[in-house]
Design a protein around this ligand. Structure first.
Ligand code: ZN
Length: 504
């Protein structure tokens, strides 16, 4: 094909233009969650709806799709593995998927989930399950229709999982997550039986907001987050978003009565931000400039937040600095006490407040239940009872009400079914990547205790960030670590860290 390059550029030009629109919507959405005054909401929603419609139209444009099909088929045969071919095949996969969804279903889902989220937000504080239940039933019915339209080979859940973790199947994810649950339950029990008790109380002292901000920004920058290509702002539920090839926004919330809230969310979001800043900027908008999956994204945030940010080595470097910012709160606290406090383990009711050991048990409950809901094996009416029974089984806690039980997360009301396991996959990938990095980079902890994070970041850049979406997540993990996704490195890491703290 003599005009391959020219035709390829035309395909890309269309995609890059669509991305300009999508990024404009992202700016409006970022502003909505950070600075927008409350009464500006309705007009903002109209703007976002218009832009979302334009973006969807461009992504499913039949003329463009026909050109893409033709060029991708040719490139697949004649130029396998070339960067252009990778972009074309990924674009084709996305296009074919989008195209399978009938327009009415897309619109009904958007409308129903928007209403369901409002009902969820109103009824949760009142513990009103009965008000929410019919909406969850509607959402699940539409998600089943969506899964059938998208198609799947083995399990209906596969069809939805594909949106968040491309190439992963329900069977594969179960094979790694289910054995993890049993091992974690045992570890939680051993920690509960340990004579060593950690004291998180010292974290509830007074931590002036301006000092939290200074320390958080300083640490994010030391990890490698560029404030010339990014910003940190304030929001209710922290997130990270990319508004352009050189514009990554991270957010946090400050609690002057609880140190970890802002500090670890800054590290977490900076980890997401480092991934976004490490993606090839010249491919922005194209698959090679995009992240692999939610699970891989979460691996990057978790490894900076937990593996690095909650390690003793990190605090050897950071604690003297924290003392300068908080001389009163930390006057009578030792490095070791502080490190134990930020690693306190205790089974609890609410996922977003969970520690590293119990976190994946919260995910397992949701992963099991949403499969059963989707297949119809479990009726929505029986969900609260099933939820409570599983919290008792996995975490040994009694759920007192639906607000702290089955209604605690926004995900299902928003139609995000199949999303939860990516949090655990992120933890799994993080441990595998850290194990491989330690093998190849050398004594990481020694480096952290001197405030040197560049060697670890460089390893992630090379093995994860630079590839964009070239590989599916499982392939990328295999390439980077030499093994398929597996739970052992996570268990070894947790046993290592918490075994030392709780003297197991
Ligand atoms: Zn995250």
């Amino acid at each position: 094909m003599h005009d391959f390059q020219q035709r390829y550029q035309q395909i890309c030009q269309h995609v890059r233009q669509t991305q300009r629109l999508a990024a404009a919507a992202e700016v409006l959405s970022w502003d909505e969650h950070t600075y927008m005054p409350p009464e500006a909401g309705p007009y903002r929603a109209e703007q976002l709806q218009l832009l979302a419609g334009l973006v969807h139209q461009r992504r499913t444009d039949p003329d463009w799709g026909a050109q893409l099909e033709e060029l991708a088929a040719w490139a697949e045969e004649h130029r396998p593995g070339e960067p252009e071919t990778v972009n074309l095949l990924r674009l084709r996969r996305d296009w074919r998927r989008q195209k399978r969804l009938p327009q009415e279903l897309v619109e009904e889902l958007a409308h129903t989930t928007s209403r369901a989220q409002q009902v969820w937000a109103e009824s949760r504080p009142r513990n009103d399950w009965n008000a929410f239940r019919p909406w969850l039933e509607k959402v699940l019915k539409l998600k089943r229709q969506q899964a059938e339209a998208l198609g799947y080979q083995q399990h209906i859940y596969d069809a939805l999982l594909e949106d968040y973790e491309p190439g992963a199947t329900t069977a594969q994810v179960r094979a790694v997550l289910e054995p993890l649950g049993e091992s974690l339950r045992q570890l939680v029990q051993r920690i509960a039986d340990s004579p060593v008790k950690t004291a998180p109380g010292l974290l509830h002292r007074h931590w002036p907001r301006s000092e939290q901000e200074k320390l958080g920004c300083f640490v994010a920058e030391q990890l490698g987050f560029s404030f010339r290509r990014g910003r940190l702002d304030v929001t209710a539920h922290p997130f990270c978003t990319r508004l352009g090839p050189h514009d990554v926004r991270i957010t946090t919330r400050y609690d002057e009565q609880f140190f970890p809230s802002a500090f670890f969310s800054i590290l977490h979001e900076a980890g997401h931000g480092l991934y976004e800043q490490g993606l090839p900027a010249q491919e922005y908008g194209l698959p090679l400039g995009d992240s692999v999956s939610l699970g891989m994204h979460e691996s990057q945030s978790r490894l900076w937040e937990n593996h690095v940010g909650r390690s003793l080595a990190f605090w050897r470097w950071c604690f003297p600095k924290a003392r300068q910012h908080f001389p009163q709160a930390l006057a009578d606290v030792s490095l070791e006490e502080f490190h134990r406090a930020v690693n306190h383990v205790e089974p609890s009711l609410v996922r977003v407040e969970a520690d590293e050991v119990t976190y994946n048990l919260h995910i397992l409950v949701r992963f099991e239940l949403e499969q059963e809901l989707l297949t119809g094996q479990l009726a929505v009416a029986d969900l609260p009872e099933a939820w409570n029974a599983r919290y008792e089984h996995y975490l040994g806690v009694q759920v007192p009400d639906v607000a702290r039980g089955v209604m605690q997360d926004v995900h299902w009301s928003a139609g995000l079914v199949g999303y939860f396991p990516t949090y655990s996959l992120g933890n799994l990938y993080a441990a595998q990547l850290m194990e491989a990095a330690a093998r190849e980079v050398g004594p990481l902890e020694e480096q952290w205790s001197r405030g040197e994070f560049a060697p670890l970041l460089e390893w992630m850049r090379q093995h994860v960030h630079h590839h964009g979406r070239r590989y599916d997540p499982a392939e990328l993990i295999q390439q980077a670590t030499g093994s398929p996704p597996r739970a052992e490195p996570l268990l070894e890491y947790l046993h290592g860290r918490f075994g030392a703290i709780y003297q197991l």
